[in-house]
Design a protein around this ligand. Structure first.
Ligand SMILES: [Zn+2]
Length: 108
């Protein structure tokens, strides 16, 4: 695909905007209530594995090539920026991914 084409560049911009708006709307809906109903809680519990699936999907794309030197998608020296960003966010002790594991392991 010729990404230098103005038509393709516009399509990429629209796709990116659509994804960001989709995520913004989901985040807004998750945060807008002071208290959650049973349905809200059930939905949140279902959303967590969905989010993990999304992260795994991105991680798979950014695995190292067989020789371990470069990302098979980016071509950057591994770990690439995408994988490093995911690692930083998923391992951030102030975020829930770490807190939920700490609670399960009895560290909290
Ligand atoms: Zn990559």
């Amino acid at each position: 695909m010729d990404t230098s084409s103005p038509v393709v560049a516009s399509a990429i911009t629209l796709l990116r905007r659509d994804l960001y708006e989709h995520l913004d709307e989901v985040e807004f809906l998750a945060l807008k209530y002071d208290s959650w109903s049973d349905v809200d809680i059930k939905t949140a519990r279902a959303a967590i594995p969905d989010l993990v699936t999304v992260i795994r999907g991105v991680l798979v794309l950014h695995e190292a090539e067989d020789d371990g030197g470069k990302c098979r998608t980016c071509g950057e020296i591994w770990p690439c920026a995408a994988l490093s960003t995911i690692h930083r966010l998923v391992k951030d002790p102030d975020r829930e991914f770490v807190k939920i594991l700490d609670r399960a392991r009895g560290y909290e």
